[in-house]
Design a protein around this ligand. Structure first.
Ligand code: AHR
Length: 328
């Protein structure tokens, strides 16, 4: 077990004690060489992005010589809370939590703090009220992703005199990417003064199946004539929606323009095929960076409260050239 004291890692983090983390207390054993026992409470396996993110973190832990205990919560917060409690009982050195939703973490994070185990958020964030209960977050700036999508939409539809009619497929209800991608997107449309109408906006839970089902309901309820834009909060929902649009006899990317967020191979292929119009990248490959952060946290080094990962944007002129570079 790695036994350096925590120091200088922010107000909340200073409350952590390593008392429960000693190698002689029956807990998990890291190495004398500084290797860590890491408990990783992952959201699930709902998307290509998620699978790539799990692999990046697992591979990086292995390469760094750390023991990663991995739990897939199947997008269920109760299962994630149980997993975190399990890691506390095992007295791991550090817990990595990718929280499925933003709220409901106070009790279990307090338990981790009481046990002297630092918590690092990976990918998604939690509500500001609980920010003293974790040390740092490494992941995407989801609001910025939404702003990027909004910037493209505001430019693309700037001359749409009758008003831009928008459908939105939101991610998992209550999750940070769903909340922030929505907020960032409409913040820019409002700031740019776009004349728009949200025709409908529902959650497709970040999966292709639910994205397709919700899009079918949109089509039944509103039709597709006069709908200008679909904003899908991730690739899977966008790809599911494309199927629903094709099943309805319409041409995705032409009859209705489509923005997706993530940038998987399948997403880019749909772009190359002309079925969607804009991709905002969400980068899952931060495993090596996460290992550095975990080592710093356990060593007691000062760390930023939030470190965003680097991400780009791609329009139709870039899809073909970028497709071979996609890693997931
Ligand atoms: O939290 C990141 C989001 O979660 C990705 O955009 C999505 O594909 C995943 O399910």
């Amino acid at each position: 077990m790695f036994k350096k004291a925590l120091a200088g890692i922010g107000a909340g983090a200073l409350l952590f004690s390593m008392a429960a983390c000693g190698a002689d207390d029956g807990g998990s054993e890291g190495g004398d060489d500084g290797s860590l026992v890491i408990g990783f409470a992952q959201v699930g396996a709902e998307s290509a992005w998620r699978t790539a993110n799990s692999k990046s973190i697992q591979d990086a832990a292995e390469a760094a010589g750390h023991d990663l205990k991995f739990n897939d919560a199947q997008q269920d917060q109760e299962k994630q809370i149980e997993a975190v409690r399990g890691f506390i009982n095992q007295q791991v050195d550090v817990i990595v939590l990718a929280p499925v939703v933003e709220t409901g973490w106070t009790d279990v994070l307090q338990e981790a703090e009481d046990a002297g185990i630092p918590v690092v958020l990976a990918d998604r964030g939690i509500e500001a009220a609980d920010e003293d209960l974790y040390v740092t977050r490494l992941g995407s700036d989801f609001a910025e992703e939404g702003r990027k999508a909004g910037t493209w939409a505001a430019e693309t539809f700037a001359d749409d005199a009758d008003g831009t009619r928008i459908l939105e497929l939101q991610g998992t209800t209550g999750s940070a990417p769903a909340n922030d991608r929505k907020a960032g997107f409409f913040e820019v449309l409002d700031a740019e003064g776009l004349n728009y109408e949200i025709v409908d906006s529902q959650s497709g839970n970040f999966t292709a199946e639910e994205g397709k089902a919700v899009m079918e309901t949109f089509i039944t309820t509103h039709g597709l004539d006069g709908i200008d834009l679909l904003y899908a909060h991730n690739d899977e929902m966008g790809l599911g929606a494309i199927q629903a649009i094709e099943d309805a006899g319409k041409v995705p990317g032409q009859d209705i323009q489509i923005i997706i967020v993530d940038g998987s191979k399948a997403g880019f292929q749909a772009g190359v095929d002309g079925k969607l119009n804009y991709i905002v990248e969400c980068n899952p490959a931060f495993g090596p960076q996460l290992m550095d952060v975990l080592e710093s946290v356990v060593a007691g080094d000062e760390v930023e409260k939030f470190t965003p990962v680097e991400e780009g944007v791609f329009d139709a002129t870039q899809f073909e050239a970028e497709l071979p570079n996609r890693q997931f």
